[in-house]
Design a protein around this ligand. Structure first.
Ligand code: ADP
Ligand code: MG
Length: 577
């Protein structure tokens, strides 16, 4: 008895802070979210040494009166949530009422706020109010944090270098600016502007500020809905990929979320358009009735539970898949010198050197207007056709050189053939248009115990796919017929199919199975590089490509065709400037 004590509020705030406040970027996140909730039109984030020495967030929102300003530093004090039911209709970024007391408990925090009539300045250190004074300033709130984690040495040790703190902050602010295009954001580090947006409610302009004109020009607009969800945004052309998921920005009711299931489904939609381990740039906004989601899963408010996740996944998958099939996806050769933007993004030198003038220059509004008029055009003429081409020659027995009035194209014969075969096999599998072919010499297979059990269970499935397979004594099976979608090296492919059936075991997903079969069957039977192909066969291949749903990538996502426009060739030969 007598062992349990109720913690004093300051101590419990420090523990709380551990959940939400780990880095400078978590402080910026909480403060910026408060400014957004308060209706700011302009939010500036001013850092000294990436926030390690000082973080200041300035907004022009509603401000607080003197009483609210003091209340805001009490735990669980919030203007955004009062009843339990409110939890299920959250439309603000914050709702937990924890951020300000948590931040104030592990730093020196100065709040200056003015609501148009009253103004107050409060100074807290380690959660204790040190001073207060009445002030007059422009309407809005400024919060300044110094001495972060001075009283929690373990957490202090975990702060990163100033340059990775800046990178994290920039990454968060960029994400949040994508879903708050009506707010002008600015980040200043050590006196230099490193990011700013115009706040003119124009998503493409923000994308341009983050990714640059070249990527922005190639973004593809998507929009769709079902009974419960509205989705809208931009997805990158499959020729623009990143090697990590960080640029897959998904928002639910304007909140940045992390959801592996949704990411997985987006990557599935790009299947065969991009290679394994490549990731698209995505800005996907999901709007849904707050009753259908739960955001109160984790203190960082980035985890969201959906009550109709399967419907949402189908909507996203179908929308992106069909859009990618409609786009003109011929890979354009980029003649500008290669720059690794990801590395540059992280380099402090770069961040430091970027001046306000540089930022203005990248904000080329005329170009953006031009891109936008193009998007409208694209909406009108729904699908783009594979270009009309004829073969001018063949190099290395591997590439077709083709031309038309616009430019010169190179086609990878093997990759193109693979795509033709892949779609042919997929069509047979999906439409069940295959026939049975009897084997001249039946193929005998000997399997292990567990393999033969799985195969036994799937014999009917395989026989429906156009096989005729019978059990022939213990662990032995005889294949008497095979479907027409198997050709070339028949026994090797039959074995591969059975291997796949065994691999899938009993958790069968027919769509994925069909895809794997089609990829495996199409690969080895395509013409390998360095085999003799005639010009005539090349022209036939182009005819075949024109009939495909996606003639632009092999089933593994490699490009089948790349282009040089006439103008680009003229530039290379210095005929044009
Ligand atoms: P929450 O955002 O979860 O409500 P916080 O601790 O972040 O909790 O903030 C507490 C309260 O302080 C908010 O509910 C809001 O009323 C007020 N507040 C915080 N920041 C601002 C701001 N920049 N402008 C106006 N009011 C603010
Ligand atoms: Mg908050």
């Amino acid at each position: 008895m007598g062992n349990i004590k109720i913690m004093d509020e300051n101590l419990s705030n420090k523990i709380n802070a551990g959940e939400v406040i780990e880095k400078c970027s978590s402080i910026v996140k909480e403060l910026v979210e408060n400014s957004i909730d308060a209706g700011a039109k302009n939010i500036s984030i001013e850092l000294v040494s990436g926030g390690l020495n000082e973080i200041k967030v300035i907004d022009d929102a509603c401000g607080m009166d003197n009483e609210d300003a003091k209340l805001a530093f009490f735990k669980h004090s919030s203007s955004k949530l009062t009843t339990y039911e409110d939890l299920y209709r959250i439309n603000t970024m914050g709702f937990r009422g924890e951020a300000l007391p948590s931040i104030a408990s592990v730093s020196s925090t100065v709040l200056e706020t003015y609501d148009g009539k009253n103004g107050i300045k409060l100074h807290y250190k380690g959660g204790i109010l040190l001073s207060e004074e009445v002030i007059t300033k422009q309407q809005g709130t400024t919060i300044t944090i110094r001495n972060l984690f001075y009283n929690t040495p373990a957490r202090l040790k975990h702060l990163s270098s100033s340059y990775s703190e800046v990178a994290n902050i920039a990454s968060f602010v960029q994400k949040i600016s994508l879903t708050n295009c009506h707010i002008a954001f600015k980040i200043i580090n050590d006196g230099k502007v490193i990011f700013n947006t115009s706040g003119t409610n124009d998503l493409l302009k923000v994308i341009n500020q983050i990714y640059g004109l070249k990527i922005t020009k190639d973004m593809i607009y998507i929009k769709n809905c079902d009974n419960d969800f509205n989705i809208e945004g931009y997805i990158s052309n499959p020729t623009t990929v990143k090697n990590n998921r960080r640029h897959m920005n998904v928002f639910v009711n304007n909140r940045i979320i992390r959801n592996n299931e949704i990411n997985r489904c987006i990557i599935d939609a790009y299947h065969t358009h991009i290679m394994h381990n490549q990731f698209p740039i995505i800005i996907l906004k999901i709007d849904v009735d707050p009753h259908l989601i739960d955001v109160n899963i984790h203190p960082n408010k980035m985890e969201v539970k959906f009550s109709k996740i399967d419907e949402l996944k189908t909507l996203i998958l179908e929308t992106i898949k069909s859009k990618l099939l409609k786009e003109d996806l011929v890979k354009k050769i980029d003649l500008t010198p290669k720059v690794d933007y990801e590395k540059i993004e992280l380099a402090l030198d770069f961040i430091g050197e970027k001046t306000e003038k540089d930022l203005k220059e990248t904000q080329n509004f005329n170009d953006i207007e031009f891109i936008k008029s193009n998007f409208d055009e694209e909406e009108k003429n729904e699908s783009r056709e594979f270009p009309n081409l004829y073969v001018a020659g063949i190099v290395f027995g591997t590439y077709l050189i083709c031309q038309n009035e616009i430019g010169m194209y190179l086609i990878d014969i093997h990759a193109a053939k693979e795509r033709v075969n892949y779609e042919n096999i997929m069509n047979q599998l999906v439409n069940k248009t295959y026939n049975k072919v009897s084997m001249i010499a039946p193929l005998t297979l000997e399997l292990t115990n567990s393999e033969s059990i799985i195969l036994q269970n799937n014999l009917e499935f395989l026989n429906n796919l156009g096989f005729e397979i019978e059990e022939f004594g213990f662990r032995t099976f005889v294949v008497k017929s095979h479907p027409t979608w198997i050709y070339g090296n028949i026994s090797e492919k039959i074995k591969k199919t059975i291997e796949l059936v065994i691999k899938f075991e009993n958790n069968f997903d027919v769509v994925k199975f069909n895809e794997e079969i089609a990829i495996n069957m199409s690969c080895k039977m395509s013409i390998k590089a360095n085999t003799d192909v005639s010009i005539e066969e090349g022209n036939d291949l182009i005819k075949d490509l024109k009939t495909l749903k996606n003639p632009y990538n092999c089933p593994h996502g490699r490009p089948t065709i790349i282009s040089f426009t006439k103008y680009e060739l003229e530039k290379m030969f210095k005929r044009a400037l």
